[in-house]
Design a protein around this ligand. Structure first.
Ligand code: F6R
Length: 365
C-alpha cells in the first residue's frame, strides 16, 4: 500500500506531479479557459467583492499565504490571510461583499469549519479548497474547488499543500481574468507555465539523493532557520513546520528582511539556515541577507532557480529548482524542504508517518 516506499510521506511526495496534473487538468477547457464545473460564482459576484479572507490552519494556512500573493497580483483585490482559531474569535470585518476562502485537506478541521460558519453568518460568499469530497467544509460552502491529491495518509501534509497551491493559482487567474485585470497574454503564459509544472517537478525529484546527503550532514543540528522574501517567506514557514513536526528539531521561519530587527541575534557559528532565493526581482536582496548571516558563521543551504549561480559564493550547498515564472516557484521549492524534513527524521529514527502528539485531522479545539 506504500507503493514500494518505506513511508506514506515519501510515497505522497512522489505523487505530487500526478496530483498537480489532475488538479490542473480537471479545471481546464481545451481553450485554456477555466472549467467551472459546479462553481456558481458569477462575474457579477466577483465584481462585487471588495475583500478576500483566506482562512485555514497549519499547512493549509501556509498555502493561503501564497494564495494571497497570487490573488492580490492577478485580481487586484485586498486579501487577508488568517489562522482559523484567530479569525473565529475576533469579530472580523466580513459582510456580503467579502469572499471567504477556506482551505482544508480533510474538510473536517473544527476551527476552519467554525470560522467558515462565522463568515457565512455575516453574509460572506464561501468558496473552499478541499481534498475530501463530501466533507463538512465542502458541504457547507457555496462553491468548492477540489484538490485532486488523492487520500493523504501521512500526518505531515505534502501533496495536499502543493495541490492547494494549484487551486489558489487557478482561483486567482479566474478572478483576474473575469474582472479583466490581467491581459490575455499573461493569462496564457501562466497556464502554459502551470502545465509544465508536473514535468519540472519530476526533474526536481531526481535530486532526492542530493537532499538526502544534505540531511545526513546536518541531521544532528538542534536549531534550523528558514528565510525568504515574498512567496519564499510563505514557503519558509511550510519548510520549517515540516521539519519540526516530524524531526522534533526546533526550527524557525522568518521573512528575510525582518531578520535584522531582532532574530539575527540567534545566528551564530554553525547555525543552519535554509535561504530561499527563487524570486528574480528579490535575488540581490536575498544575496545580501545571506551575506549577513554567513558573516556570523552560519551554514547556508541556498535554494535558487537554475542558472542563478551567484548564490554559490555565499552558500555551503545549493539546491537548484527548474527555472519558471517567479509566481509559481512555491510548487517546486517546497519539495526539497519536504525531502529534507523526511530524511532528517529518518536519520534521527523518528516515526515519520505518525509523529508524536499529532493527529491527521484536528476535530477538537
Ligand atoms: C501539517 C499538517 C497540519 C494541517 C492542519 C490543517 O503537516 O498537516 O498543519 O495542515 O491541521 O488540516 P486540514 O487541511 O485538514 O484542515
Amino acid at each position: 500500500e506504500k507503493g514500494g516506499y518505506d513511508h506514506f510521506m515519501m510515497k505522497e511526495i512522489h505523487e505530487q506531479p500526478k496530483g498537480l496534473y489532475e488538479t490542473l487538468m480537471r479545471r481546464l477547457n481545451d481553450d485554456n479557459t477555466i472549467k467551472l464545473d459546479g462553481i456558481t460564482m458569477t462575474k457579477a459576484d466577483i465584481e462585487s467583492f471588495n475583500k478576500v479572507y483566506i482562512v485555514a490552519c497549519g499547512t493549509a494556512y501556509h498555502a493561503g499565504l501564497v494564495g494571497k500573493a497570487a490573488i492580490e497580483k492577478m485580481a487586484r483585490i485586498p486579501v487577508e490571510v488568517d489562522i482559523a482559531s484567530e479569525f473565529r474569535y475576533r469579530d472580523p470585518f466580513v459582510d456580503d461583499k467579502t469572499l471567504f476562502i477556506a482551505i482544508s485537506q480533510s474538510g473536517e478541521t473544527l476551527d476552519t469549519l467554525a470560522a467558515l460558519r462565522e463568515a457565512k453568518r455575516k453574509g460572506a460568499r464561501i468558496l473552499s479548497v478541499v481534498n475530501v469530497v463530501g466533507s463538512s467544509v465542502a458541504r457547507e460552502s457555496d462553491d468548492v474547488f477540489y484538490t485532486w491529491a488523492g487520500p493523504e495518509i501521512a500526518v505531515a501534509s505534502t501533496k495536499a499543500y502543493t495541490t492547494q497551491l494549484m487551486c489558489m493559482y487557478l482561483i486567482a487567474l479566474y478572478m483576474g481574468h473575469t474582472k479583466g485585470v490581467i491581459d490575455q497574454d499573461y493569462y496564457n503564459r501562466f497556464i502554459e507555465e502551470l502545465k509544465q509544472i508536473p514535468d519540472k517537478l519530476e526533474e526536481l525529484l531526481k535530486k532526492e539523493k542530493d537532499v538526502e546527503a544534505i540531511a545526513k550532514k546536518y541531521c544532528r543540528k538542534e536549531q534550523v532557520f528558514f528565510i525568504g522574501r515574498g512567496v519564499d517567506s510563505g514557503v519558509s514557514y511550510e519548510g520549517s513546520l515540516k521539519l519540526k513536526e516530524i524531526s522534533y528539531i526546533n526550527s524557525f521561519a522568518i521573512a528575510a528582511g525582518e531578520l535584522k530587527h531582532g532574530t539575527i541575534a540567534l545566528i551564530e557559528e554553525g547555525t543552519l539556515v535554509f535561504a530561499l532565493a527563487t524570486q528574480d526581482f528579490l535575488f540581490e536582496k536575498m544575496l545580501s541577507n545571506i551575506q549577513e548571516i554567513k558573516a556570523r558563521g552560519a551554514n547556508v543551504v541556498g535554494i535558487a532557480k537554475e542558472g542563478n549561480r551567484e548564490i554559490e559564493k555565499q552558500s555551503s550547498e545549493v539546491i537548484y529548482i527548474p527555472s519558471c515564472m517567479d509566481e509559481v516557484t512555491p510548487l517546486l521549492s517546497v519539495v526539497p524542504l519536504q525531502l529534507f524534513a523526511y530524511y532528517v527524521a529518518k536519520f534521527r529514527g523518528c516515526n515519520i508517518d505518525k509523529p508524536k502528539n499529532l493527529a491527521k485531522s484536528v476535530t477538537v479545539e
